[in-house]
Design a protein around this ligand. Structure first.
Ligand code: GLN
Length: 505
């Protein structure tokens, strides 16, 4: 069977692969090899990866096979291949964050999340493409060129975790990790037909994850099924003394919730403000059908108003740039990566300024300038302070809504994947891709995207939002919806996407 059409290993879910490896029906090496071959065959067209570590992946796989041969107990994701967004540090692999300024930088440590992956015997295949420093919604802001959507190679895979999403949708990796500051896990998941989760802020350690906007950044899973996302979430979650914002409580039992497959009695609020003008009719139709289905399955559905959500986008585009202008000050040509003009003729400040001008792309420079302005004396109260007040109002909207309902739902994105190049010249149009996802980041509450069908042949995502620390509620709803949609369709949504293979055949 050709690498392109062999779906036995590259099409399997993480839960299935882990079972195959544990039973000895497949070796972890065979699993890793199949995915590395799939990457070789498809990545010239998709460009999901910035770095593939074949030797490291095979060594990790061999360690799993050796552990099994010794009779050691294997964890629930042992031997499962994963693609890591290039914002997580991992010893032995470069970390670029999609930026020239970090080209060639080899981190001397593992992020806490990466360490947990190693401890769980997950096989890390390599680092994935992303918008520079996670700023963007299409992966077109990468300094290393864009990634294509495996459903239609002329369209964006979403961003900023577009490489991670494309890798899973293209069956190059079974799982991936992304980060979500304003939607960068959920939006790519939605437009690539995947499950993507932003856990409660503080639920997953940020230690060793290169910071964009520290009060908003959160790492989380991308997967083909709700259960796979839960297994990865459970692997990376939990308290970390190395992250001062990490929550010191046992993580929610998302795996049990993902398998429950019942929404009887659940109270679901449809957010009135996340609909209407600017939303593609096909997206609204799939969303409404999914909500009707949940009602049929026994959930109670009501409409809920969150009036301050209307100001989420402007508040985010003051707060995130403000924090980034401070976080990115560390890229000063002295500590990491690129250094320009260090020829004995120029002073340190000149070297810093030349390096930053050469090393950062236009979107990153735009954000640093907006953030520096918003934080400057005389403007701080009018911009940054005002945005923080809006943030409080948004949190209050969530709190009030969750007095009445268990979860909130909306479309994940206003449109399906748009064509590459369509919004690169129009930052405001690009920012609008995160209209629905940003409120949860501002409030620190968990949110997830689960596929709810196709519009014009392209995936549509349904967003589920829950109160802080109640991540399991989203998995319960998403697991039930996924099971029902798969049963009615007769197969999983991703089995409908031979598009990539056809394009490459
Ligand atoms: N698209 C949003 C931005 O450009 C969100 C990015 C993210 O979540 N990392 O900032």
């Amino acid at each position: 069977m050709s690498v392109l059409s062999d779906t036995s290993l590259v099409g399997a879910t993480a839960a299935q692969l882990a079972a195959l490896v544990a039973s000895g029906d497949a070796s972890a090496r065979e699993v890793a090899q199949a995915h590395l071959e799939r990457i070789s065959a498809t990545d010239p067209a998709v460009h999901a990866f910035l770095h593939v570590d074949a030797a490291g992946a095979l060594a990790a796989a061999d360690a799993v096979d050796a552990a099994r041969a010794r009779g050691d107990a294997l964890g629930p994701l042992a031997g499962v291949p994963l693609a890591l967004k290039d914002v997580f540090t991992m010893r032995g692999m470069p970390t670029t964050c999609g930026s020239r300024i970090l080209e060639g930088w080899l981190p001397p440590y593992d992020a806490t999340v990466t360490r947990r992956l190693r401890e769980a015997s997950v096989v890390v295949l390599g680092k994935t493409n992303m918008d520079e420093f996670a700023m963007g919604s299409s992966t077109e802001n990468s300094a290393y060129g864009p990634t294509a959507n495996p459903w239609d190679l002329t369209r964006i895979p979403g961003g900023s975790s577009g490489g991670s999403a494309a890798a899973v949708a293209a069956r190059q990796a079974t799982l991936a990790l992304g980060t979500d500051t304003g939607g960068s896990i959920r939006q790519p998941a939605a437009v690539c037909g995947l499950v993507g989760v932003k856990p409660t802020y503080g639920g997953v350690s940020r230690n060793g994850l290169v910071a964009f906007s520290s009060s908003l950044d959160q790492a989380g899973p991308l997967a083909r099924t709700v259960l796979d996302a839960a297994l990865l979430h459970a692997t990376i979650a939990g308290h970390d003394p190395l992250d001062s914002t990490s929550i010191d409580q046992p993580p929610p039992d998302v795996v049990a919730a993902a398998s429950r497959r019942d929404v009887g009695g659940m109270r679901i609020g449809v957010v009135r403000e996340l609909a209407g003008e600017g939303y593609q009719p096909g997206v609204e139709a799939r969303f409404r059908e999914a909500v009707a289905l949940l009602e049929e399955l026994g959930a109670q559905v009501v409409e809920v108003s969150c009036p301050s959500f209307a100001y989420a986008l402007p508040a985010y585009y003051l707060i995130a740039p403000s924090e980034c202008s401070s976080n990115l000050a560390r890229f000063d040509a002295m500590r990491y990566g690129l250094r320009v003009g260090d020829d004995g003729e120029h002073g340190a400040e000149e070297v810093m300024s030349r390096t930053r001008a050469a090393g950062f792309g236009p979107e990153v420079i735009r954000r640093i300038m907006i953030g520096t302005y918003a934080l400057s004396s005389g403007y701080y109260d009018a911009y940054y302070g005002q945005a923080q007040k809006v943030r409080t109002l948004i949190t209050r909207d969530f709190t009030a809504a969750f007095d009445d309902v268990d979860v909130l739902v909306s479309p994940t994105t206003p449109t399906v994947a748009f064509p590459l190049g369509e919004r690169t010249g129009d930052p405001m149009a690009m920012y609008a891709a995160d209209l629905c996802t940003i409120p949860a980041n501002l409030a620190g509450t968990p949110a997830m995207s689960v596929p709810c069908g196709l519009a014009d042949g392209l995936p549509v995502g349904l967003q589920v939002m829950a109160p802080a620390l109640a991540d399991e509620r989203m998995y319960r709803l998403a697991g039930a919806l996924e099971a029902e949609l798969d049963a009615r369709r007769g197969h999983a949504l991703l089995d409908e996407a031979p598009v990539l293979d056809e394009a490459l055949a």
